[in-house]
Design a protein around this ligand. Structure first.
Ligand code: AMP
Length: 284
C-alpha cells in the first residue's frame, strides 16, 4: 500500500492507474477507522480495480469550540487496517497541503447546508463540501463512497456533484452499527462506559418512532415519545429530531417514500447523530 502525502503525488498515482485503464474507488475519512469505514472500503474494493482511502482531519469543518484538537488521530493503526483491507493508496495530506497559505476558496451548497446540523454547526458543511471537492479533484476517482450515517452530508455532496458537473458517482452506503444498535462512529470513544451503554437508546427510540409512524401513529406523537426516551439519559440534550423528506431534507408531517427520521443529540460532552429510513425499519 502506497502512503501519499501531497496532492501532486496523489494525482500522479491516479494518472498512472488510469493509464492502465483501471477504475479507482475513493473513501474519504477523518481517520480513527472502525468497521463502518471498513464496510465502505470493502464495497469500494468490490466495485473498482484500485481503492484510495484518505485520512484527513479537516480543520475547515470544525467550529472554534469543537473537538478539532482532541479528535483521535491513531494514524499507525489506520494504516495497518487499510493495508489489511487491501487498500492500494492511503492519502494522508497535512493541513498545509490542503489549505496552503493564502487559501481563499470555499464551496457552499446553499439551503441544504443551513438545515439541521448546519443550524447547530455554522460553517460545518461549507468545510465538508470544500474538502470533499478538493479531494475529488486530486484523487480523481470513478466512484466515491459515503455513509448514510451522515445523511445530510451525503445529500449535500450529491447535490454538489450534480451542480458542479463532477464526473464521479457518489455512492451512499448503509450505516454499520454496534450489536446494541449504536451507529459506529470515531466519536463513540469519547463516551464513558456508562454513557456508552445509554447511547444505544438513540437508535432504539428512532427505530420505535419509525415503526409507530409506519403503523399510522401521528408523527408529532411518535417523535415526542422518542424525545422523552432520549431525554431519560442523564446529561442528555437534543439538538433536533425530525421526520424529513429524504431528498430535500425539509421537515414533513406525514410519511412518504424515502422519508427519514434524523437526529442529533448530546450525551455529556459527546455529540451523536443518527437516522433511520422509514422504509428499512425492521418490523418486529
Ligand atoms: P468520518 O471519518 O467520520 O468523516 O467518516 C468517513 C466516512 O465514513 C463518511 O462517509 C461517513 O458517513 C462514513 N461512516 C462513518 N461511520 C459510519 C458507519 N457507522 N457506517 C457506515 N459509514 C460510516
Amino acid at each position: 500500500m502506497k502512503v501519499i502525502s501531497t496532492p501532486l503525488a496523489m494525482r500522479a498515482w491516479t494518472d498512472w492507474v488510469k493509464k492502465k485503464n483501471q477504475s479507482v474507488g475513493f473513501v474519504p475519512t477523518m481517520g480513527a477507522l472502525h468497521a463502518g469505514h471498513a464496510s465502505l472500503i470493502s464495497r469500494a474494493k468490490k466495485e473498482n480495480d484500485k481503492v484510495v482511502v484518505s485520512v484527513f482531519v479537516n480543520p475547515a469543518q470544525f467550529g472554534p469550540h469543537e473537538d478539532f484538537s482532541r479528535y483521535p488521530r491513531p494514524f499507525k493503526e489506520d494504516q495497518k487496517l487499510c493495508a489489511s483491507l487491501g487498500v492500494d493508496a492511503l492519502y494522508h495530506p497535512s493541513p498545509e497541503n490542503i489549505y496552503p497559505q493564502g487559501y481563499r476558496s470555499f464551496v457552499n451548497v446553499e439551503g441544504l447546508s443551513d438545515l439541521w446540523c448546519g443550524r447547530f454547526r455554522p460553517g460545518h458543511f461549507r468545510g465538508v463540501a470544500t474538502v470533499v471537492l478538493k479531494l475529488l479533484q486530486t484523487v480523481s476517482p470513478d466512484r466515491a463512497y459515503f455513509g448514510e450515517k451522515d445523511y445530510q452530508q451525503l445529500m449535500i455532496i450529491r447535490r454538489m456533484a450534480r451542480d458542479l458537473n463532477l464526473p464521479q458517482r457518489i455512492v451512499g452506503c448503509l450505516t454499520l452499527r454496534e450489536k446494541d444498535g449504536l451507529a459506529m462512529s470515531s466519536r463513540n470513544q469519547y463516551l464513558s462506559s456508562i454513557e456508552r451503554a445509554q447511547a444505544a437508546i438513540l437508535y432504539r427510540s428512532l427505530n420505535r418512532a419509525a415503526k409507530k409512524i409506519k403503523s399510522g401513529e401521528a408523527v408529532l406523537r411518535a417523535l415526542s415519545s422518542a424525545r422523552r426516551e432520549i431525554l431519560s439519559i442523564p446529561q442528555s440534550k437534543i439538538d433536533y429530531i425530525a421526520l424529513i423528506d429524504g431528498e430535500s431534507l425539509e421537515e414533513i408531517q406525514t410519511p412518504r417514500p424515502g422519508a427519514r427520521i434524523i437526529s442529533a443529540i448530546w450525551i455529556g460532552k459527546t455529540r451523536l447523530i443518527d437516522n433511520v429510513e422509514l422504509g428499512t425499519v425492521p418490523i418486529s
